[in-house]
Design a binder for this molecule. Structure first.
Ligand code: HSE
Length: 311
């Protein structure tokens, strides 16, 4: 029997991971958005409620809201003869670098799919969710929607056609996500990207990215830590996040194996080895840097998480 109402958890994600701009992403356990979808006879998708952290920054226009664009795409591709009322409870603050718009897009696609008679694959949902993400950031990038849907670590092997490679990271890979009270819009941060890249920087990045992927699949947290260095994107975005370098240095001093700009920022993300530390000191070290400058910060310390799922 088909269901007519569903609620799903759509986790926050950290994209890029230093060397994998628009390619790498990893799902967190927390925070997450909760997306509700109710099947209604009237065709089309409506946003009926948006609550939670930063709800006032979420577009209500269904053509610009990432959840409704993604859900509409799922209904269209699934030849659905019904419409949806969507509610969004934001746990992932917009403009955070923690995949806020991507979580809502992934959750919108995932929830709509559960209401179809014949369900689509995660890879089809990733395309719908990426189109949702595009509605917010202006460009099609799937490195947040993919980990939010699949969980764990994801690689966008190709954008045309979209192909996602999903790898379970090492169980002992810990993540600290520290979110200072600064707003960075992905659209603005993408406006700073260089138009071309020097060959020596490309060589460095390919070495880092390939080693990071091997570290993920081999379960080597130290290799992952050594493979996060970004000489192309983070340097041009760093001015958007005052105290970023100081926060990264504090995280490293407290035992992180890597510390870097999460997605387009301002999140400061750090990796650590859960078999050695609980990571709390890393979170506190980053907190102290921002709070000593009068900037409030939220901190999550945990392992990596699963993808979208029904509540
Ligand atoms: N890869 C995207 C960017 C992620 O860095 O612009 C946005 O969170």
């Amino acid at each position: 029997m088909s269901i007519d109402r569903v609620e799903v958890i759509a986790p926050a994600t950290i994209a890029n991971l230093g060397s994998g701009f628009d390619v790498f992403g990893i799902a967190l356990k927390e925070p997450y958005d909760v997306i509700g979808a109710k099947r209604v006879s009237e065709p089309g998708v409506r946003i009926v409620d948006v609550t939670g952290v930063g709800a006032n920054r979420v577009a209500l226009d269904t053509k610009r809201n990432t959840a409704s664009v993604a859900a509409s795409e799922v209904l269209k591709r699934g030849n659905a003869e019904f419409g949806l009322d969507i509610s969004i409870r934001k746990g992932v603050r917009p403009c955070s670098g923690m995949g806020s718009s991507g979580a809502s897009a992934a959750g919108g696609a995932f929830a709509a799919n559960l209401l179809l008679d014949k369900q689509m694959s995660l890879s089809d949902l990733a395309i719908c969710a990426a189109l949702g993400e595009q509605a917010s950031s202006g460009t099609l990038h799937a490195d947040n929607v993919a980990p939010s849907l699949y969980g764990g670590f994801t690689i966008i092997r190709s954008y045309d056609p979209l192909e996602v490679v999903n790898v379970a990271p090492p169980a002992s890979l810990g993540i600290v996500a520290a979110l200072p009270d600064i707003m960075v819009s992905t659209k603005d941060a993408r406006g700073l990207l260089p138009k071309s890249v020097e060959m020596r920087k490309l060589v460095h990045t390919v070495g880092q990215a390939s080693s990071l992927a091997v570290g993920m699949s081999r379960g080597d947290v130290q290799l992952i830590g050594r493979s996060v260095s970004d000489v192309i994107i983070e340097p041009v975005r760093a001015p958007l996040v005052p105290h970023l370098k100081e926060a990264e240095a504090a995280a490293m001093k407290a035992g992180a194996v890597a510390s870097f700009l999460g997605g387009s920022g301002p999140c400061v993300a750090s990796f650590f080895d859960l078999s050695i530390l609980d990571g709390k000191a890393i979170g506190e070290a980053v907190r102290r840097v921002f709070e000593s400058k009068g900037v409030k910060v939220d901190v999550w310390v945990d392992g990596w998480g699963k993808g979208c799922r029904r509540v």
